[in-house]
Ligand binder design. Structure first.
Ligand SMILES: [Fe+2]
Length: 198
């Protein structure tokens, strides 16, 4: 029987003293972020990914001018949060869902994984471009950089919209409370790994 945690549907982040140790972690520009469960954490990550896309759009709009501080923030996010998204899904959520859903759903999960491979390549390409900035200039022609940035944020916006509409509901329907607790613990460990490197 599939167990559904009714708290998933609540927007309120309520905690109790007993589970606080599971809920608190340091993330996103040193701000304390609290998530009640893995789905809440994924949703808050989507929000940050969408903010990152808006930042990339602002960088593209400002070309040929480049704000070094803004590109540094976008670079930092790409290294940390954007790459974590692929780890969350490919190392944990997708394999877990494949165990819980019928084979009818496997094709959509395979499609997500295939998109992740392509999108991760784009993020690494972005890292290379931003890391090679020379002061306020890119080695790329502004038109080429603008085209790349616009392609990237449009792909990510479509990707996150699709996952929120298809994958998260699938997780809510098919993962047990125990699955979701374990998933949160693993995702928090991934974030602790990143913080340990910083
Ligand atoms: Fe994704």
């Amino acid at each position: 029987m599939t167990l559904v945690n009714p708290q998933w549907r609540s927007a309120n982040l309520q905690t109790s003293p007993l589970d606080l140790h599971q809920l608190q972690f340091r993330w996103h520009s040193k701000k304390l972020v609290m998530s009640k469960n893995a789905v809440d954490l994924l949703m808050s990550d989507y929000q940050r990914l969408e903010e990152w896309c808006s930042g990339l759009e602002e960088i593209a709009d400002a070309l040929p001018d480049i704000d070094q501080a803004q590109t540094s923030r976008a670079l930092h996010f790409a290294k940390q949060n954007a790459l974590l998204h692929f780890r969350d899904f490919e190392e944990r959520l997708i394999p877990l869902l494949k165990k819980r859903v019928s084979e009818d759903h496997w094709s959509v999960l395979t499609n997500v994984s295939e998109e992740h491979v392509k999108d991760e390549c784009l993020v690494y390409e972005l890292l290379e471009i931003f890391e090679r900035f020379d002061g306020r200039r890119s080695y790329l022609d502004p038109n080429a950089l603008g085209f790349f940035l616009r392609s990237l944020f449009e792909i990510f916006r479509r990707h996150t919209t699709w996952e929120k509409a298809i994958i998260l509901p699938l997780a809510q329907r098919h993962l047990s409370s125990n699955d979701i607790t374990n998933l949160l613990q693993v995702m928090m460990q991934f974030r602790d790994d990143v913080n340990a490197i910083e």
